[in-house]
Design a protein around this ligand. Structure first.
Ligand code: NAP
Length: 301
């Protein structure tokens, strides 16, 4: 799609947090005609000063839009934004597609899809991986669920925010894929934290260690992008620990329903619960390393 065609596509965007603010910026940069709304209204300003229209409510952001992107925290938040007072469902026109890019429950996603389809509005679940860096650079990995027609309608908008947009199956499949992603990446956070702590305790030069091992088999996004946090014992956002714990809850619920045992995710959930009890819920998820420091050293050096 060229710039002129994109300018003709009206996009509503609800939820301008760590991820949403950066993703909405990408849409503006790609020339989409954008209406934005955020619950905390002053977060709209950086987008409106860049050319986006300010919508008073989620319904206002959806009004007249062909595609409405939602990027909020958890399942009840998506429900509120879609179906609460002045929600997206009140403003969306028949034929529009809502693209929920938040990470939420697959079962609730299917239910939201049924409710929207009664209004002639499509739903695509399109959670993302790639962190705030991926949102900033427009290099997210999108895992999309929904009907082929709805996913194709959403695709030009998704491609402006992502390196890859993979249609993984019917509605809810995107969220299930994200649960798989979070199980794998979550285990990696814990493994990287453990390895770093072992190296520190053994007196190794950890900068050199990370340089040495990051070209071998343990290479990972977490090692590349979050080991510095763990070494410094400083955990700027990123991805809030409380949000990752929410993702583990979703994955563990799906695992229980499917009769799958997930020992690593259960252990990580306990470590994350302890870190949240210690007051680290708003830090980046790499703060699991601090929890291991507390346990290993009895203090945070
Ligand atoms: P965040 O910085 O905490 O932002 C959350 C956004 O949701 C804010 O705009 C917040 O509005 C809005 N919100 C929350 N509850 C709401 C409600 N009930 N009604 C209206 N708005 C509500 O979170 P984030 O890091 O951007 O993450 C957003 C989603 O992406 C989450 O599902 C997360 O799991 C997923 N995700 C995050 C990352 C990451 O690296 N951060 C990566 C992949 C996926 P206010 O500004 O008013 O609080």
């Amino acid at each position: 799609m060229d710039g002129e065609s994109r300018a003709g596509v009206r996009v509503g965007f609800v939820g301008l947090g760590t991820m949403g603010s950066r993703m909405a910026r990408r849409l503006l940069d790609h020339g989409f005609s954008l209406s934005v709304h955020n619950r905390t209204r002053d977060r709209e300003e950086p987008l409106t000063s860049g050319g986006a229209r300010r919508a008073e409510t989620p319904a206002g952001a959806a009004s007249g839009a062909g595609v409405v992107v939602v990027m909020v925290s958890d399942t009840p938040d998506v429900e509120e934004v879609l179906f609460g007072p002045h929600g997206v469902a009140e403003g969306a026109t028949a034929g529009a597609v809502v693209v929920d890019m938040s990470t939420i429950s697959p079962a609730a996603t299917r239910e939201f899809g049924r409710r929207l389809s009664g209004l002639g509005v499509g739903l695509v679940d399109a959670p993302v991986s790639g962190g705030s860096e991926g949102a900033e650079r427009g290099t997210l990995a999108v895992m999309a669920g929904g009907s082929p027609q709805d996913v194709e309608k959403a695709r030009p908008v998704l491609e402006a925010m992502a390196s890859t947009v993979t249609h993984v199956g019917p509605l809810g499949s995107g969220q299930l894929t994200k649960a798989v992603n979070q199980v794998i990446v979550g285990g990696t956070y814990l493994a990287v934290a453990e390895g770093i702590l072992l190296g520190l305790r053994a007196g190794l030069d950890m900068e050199a260690v990370i340089e040495a091992i990051s070209h071998g088999a343990c290479r990972s996004w977490v090692l590349e992008n979050r080991s510095a946090n763990m070494l410094r014992d400083d955990y700027p956002l990123g991805f809030r620990l409380a949000l990752h714990r929410k993702d583990l809850r979703i994955a563990l619920e799906e695992a229980a329903a499917a009769g799958v045992e997930m020992p690593l995710s259960s252990l990580l959930a306990a470590v994350e619960d302890a870190a949240m009890t210690a007051g680290d819920g708003d830090a980046d998820v790499s703060v699991v390393a601090r929890e291991l420091r507390r346990r290993s050293l009895g203090t945070t050096p």
